[in-house]
Ligand binder design. Structure first.
Ligand code: TTP
Ligand code: MG
Length: 371
């Protein structure tokens, strides 16, 4: 019941990427146990103590001793206390966790710049361009994380983010899972329905009603059935069941816009002053865009007068605007002249680009929504 070799063949030939997902084990709890080994022997819950916080507080995470008792992230501290009455409650120390996070990020950076940090303890790495084998990179990262932070992590290795993430969860704690193209359909088939992204308690119940408990059974459902029962999520589930996911590792922060603006102590009343200011702004903005290797399809101009009336106008092109001072200045001036034909008294000018495009890395992605 493997779902056919044809699909495996499709996956093998179409997705040549090499993606790692690295996730520290019981992150906050592991750090606290490292720093105070006595805590290893007890159930440890990272949260405010429900007794101190009048029953408020939510569990950030718990060590494995506490998890054995049913305690988990996002549970109320009061409930955790009922499940684990003898547990030690510790307030989170975010400064400490952030510092560790920086250490591990620095390790990742040695292997690729294509890093998408998802949480303090979790990142996707696209190592497609690395000369090293993915499994060697995974081993080295785990080794270095241990050597430098004394912490364990789990790593998933595959050709897309979905599989890498499922892989890192597969052998937690302190494990590595490699999912090769020929293994995808069986790996996915053997997952429990709750392991799929987006399947919460409610969908799990619904699946139970349909008699669906694992990935093999999920894959047997048609896309129409999935859509009828789960709406938009049905499509996600259909592709997840086949291990297909084209979302890319978002290694550059996806900015909404890049811009510069200037406020003036004295209002500007002459068109020549305006064009001078636009030239200054355009020069700064072009430098910024060049440094970031960005361009944009939309240029936005913000104008505020001394009555605090603000005008935002934009011009969008089919392709990217040239990253060129004169072009930017002229476009801004054109927008201004159109908005203010007569007298004016201007306190603020701003130019920004949106609908940004990355100039040195353009990627077509079919399924770029969040997991
Ligand atoms: P996770 O990686 O989800 O959890 P974890 O590292 O504690 O455990 P696992 O071994 O399953 O990876 O989250 C990382 C940290 O983020 C976690 O230690 C605490 C924090 N966190 C919260 O504060 N609230 C939450 O609901 C979750 C899920 C995590
Ligand atoms: Mg973790």
């Amino acid at each position: 019941m493997t779902g056919g070799g044809q699909m495996a063949e499709f996956l093998k030939t179409n997705d040549q990427r090499r993606i790692l997902h690295v996730d520290l084990d019981a992150f906050y709890a592991q750090i606290e146990m490292r720093d105070n080994p006595d805590l290893k022997k007890v159930a440890l819950i990272i949260s405010r103590d429900p007794q101190e916080s009048h029953g408020h507080g939510v569990v950030a995470t718990a060590n494995y001793e506490a998890r054995k008792l049913g305690v988990h992230s996002a549970m109320s501290a009061a409930q955790a206390k009922r499940l684990a009455p003898d547990a030690v409650f510790l307030r989170p120390n975010f400064d400490k966790y952030r510092a560790v996070s920086q250490q591990i990020q620095a390790i990742f950076k040695q292997y690729t710049k294509k890093i998408e940090r998802v949480a303090l303890d979790e990142a996707y790495l696209d190592v497609t361009d690395s000369p090293h084998r993915s499994t060697a990179i995974a081993a080295k990262i785990r080794h270095q994380v241990m050597a430098q932070t004394s912490l364990t992590c789990s790593v998933g290795v595959s050709h897309n983010k979905l599989l890498a993430k499922l892989g890192s969860e597969n052998h937690k704690p302190n494990g590595v899972t490699v999912i090769n193209p020929e293994d995808v359909l069986d790996f996915i088939g053997n997952l429990k329905i709750a392991d799929f992204r987006g399947v919460g308690a409610r969908s799990e119940e619904k699946f139970k009603g349909l008699g669906i408990e694992n990935g093999y059974q999920l894959r047997a459902l048609s896309i129409e059935t999935l859509r009828a029962n789960f709406g938009k999520m049905g499509d996600h589930l259909y592709w997840q069941a086949r291990g297909v996911h084209f979302g890319r590792v978002m290694w550059q922060r996806q900015r909404q816009s890049v811009g510069k603006e200037e406020t003036f102590d004295y209002p500007l009343r002459q068109r020549q002053q305006i064009s001078q200011e636009f030239k200054k702004l355009a020069t700064k903005l072009v430098t910024l865009l060049q440094n970031k290797q960005l361009s944009g399809r939309t240029i936005n101009v913000k104008i505020r007068d001394d009555q605090y009336r603000t005008i935002n106008r934009s011009l969008t092109k089919e392709g990217a605007w040239p990253v060129d001072v004169e072009a930017v200045q002229n476009a801004a001036q054109q927008i201004f002249d159109h908005a203010f034909e007569e007298e004016f008294s201007i306190r603020l000018l701003g130019i920004s680009f949106s609908n940004l495009q990355d100039n040195h890395y353009q990627n077509i992605s079919l399924f770029d929504q969040a997991d």
